[in-house]
Design a binder for this molecule. Structure first.
Ligand code: DTR
Length: 340
């Protein structure tokens, strides 16, 4: 017994030394460490794409850059990431543009019901739009990539079979998507995704308006057994970096990050679209959720009732110096291109 204990002891010391050496090796190999804040839980798509980005950056810089990720609002929350990254509390942060009404007059065009049918097409169109217009709303940041959620649908505790069922129903959304609900007669309650589980639990809202993958990722299928397909607007996201942190990077690292921008948008779109399918299958299997389609007449009414939101966006964008018509026609051209 004694001997085994001694051998185990020596082994433990040895292993400790090896692991210590190992961590020194890693610590000295990574010359640059970047913190990356994200608001929703680790399982959700904004965090899945964050981990993929981290892996790629660490690999492509040969370990020169190390990325420390903080999912689930552990470093900065949904609403203070914008300011936090600007002030350098995190080097990088993930923001959902819809959580900041009025702050992104140009890119908020992606919160409108424009007819995108996938995260893939919306993400690439958003990235192209950003690069073409270089909107000044992001001038304080380096934008590393952008992407959009899949189209939004209704996930509710009680069935919504027609527009009439929406009347006065309290539903969670954000930004212009809240206005979409309002124009359809529902009572929108705006809040970030990260606050939604509690609001659903407490009954503050009877459902939400978002993409279907959260049925699985946030287990909303358990509480929202009725899923009404509307396939309306997506939610745009941006991955922003503190300007000073960016400026301090060597050129070879900047190149790696720049080269990743479009690829990351595309990767995220593809991941999201597949994950929506997987999550729906999972939710059907586990909770026997009911999928509902509204009548054609209702779908037509939805289109008509939400049309004024585009005019409303145009006015607000123009007031902030955005060439709204040019933006809309660019987005439409991209939609056609990527929806093929
Ligand atoms: N629908 C937007 C964006 C979104 C979609 N899925 C997730 C998951 C986690 C955070 C945000 C999102 C929203 O509702 O905020």
């Amino acid at each position: 017994m004694m001997r085994t204990g001694k051998v185990t002891g020596i082994l433990t010391v040895l292993m400790f030394c090896v692991s210590l050496l190992g961590s020194f090796a890693v610590a000295s190999a990574a010359e640059i460490s970047l913190s990356y804040a994200n608001f929703p839980p680790a399982k959700t798509f904004p965090c899945i794409q964050m981990e993929r980005w981290k892996q790629e950056v660490e690999k492509r810089t040969g370990g020169k850059v190390q990325v420390q990720t903080y999912p689930g609002s552990t470093l900065l929350g949904a609403k203070n990431t914008l300011r936090g990254v600007m002030q350098g509390q995190a080097d990088i942060g993930c923001i959902s543009l819809a959580y900041h009404p009025g702050v992104f007059p140009l890119c908020s065009v992606f919160e409108l019901p424009l007819g995108f049918t996938s995260s893939y097409s919306a993400s690439l169109a958003l990235w192209d739009l950003y690069n073409k217009f270089q909107p000044k709303e992001f001038r304080k940041f380096k934008v590393l990539t952008m992407f959009a959620s899949a189209p939004s649908n209704l996930m509710t505790k009680q069935p919504v079979r027609s527009l009439a069922d929406l009347n006065g129903l309290e539903l969670r959304a954000s930004g212009i998507l809240s206005k979409i609900l309002e124009s359809l007669g529902a009572t929108p309650v705006s809040m970030p995704m990260s606050a939604t589980p509690e609001a659903l639990q407490k009954g503050v809202v009877k459902g939400l308006f978002s993409s279907f993958e959260v049925l699985k990722d946030l287990n909303f299928a358990e509480i929202c057994r009725y899923e009404t397909e509307t396939n309306t607007a997506v939610y745009p996201f941006a991955i922003i970096m503190n300007r000073n942190s960016w400026n301090a990077l060597p050129d070879d690292v900047k190149k790696v990050l720049n080269d990743l921008g479009r690829e990351q948008a595309e990767w995220t779109g593809k991941y999201m679209d597949q994950h929506v399918k997987d999550s729906l299958a999972w939710a059907k299997d586990k909770y026997s959720i009911e999928m509902i389609k509204m009548s054609e007449a209702d779908m037509k009414t939805i289109k008509e009732k939400t049309l004024p939101l585009i005019e409303d966006w145009k006015k607000k964008a123009a007031a902030k110096g955005v060439d709204a018509d040019a933006v809309l026609s660019e987005v439409e051209a991209s939609r056609v291109k990527y929806e093929k």
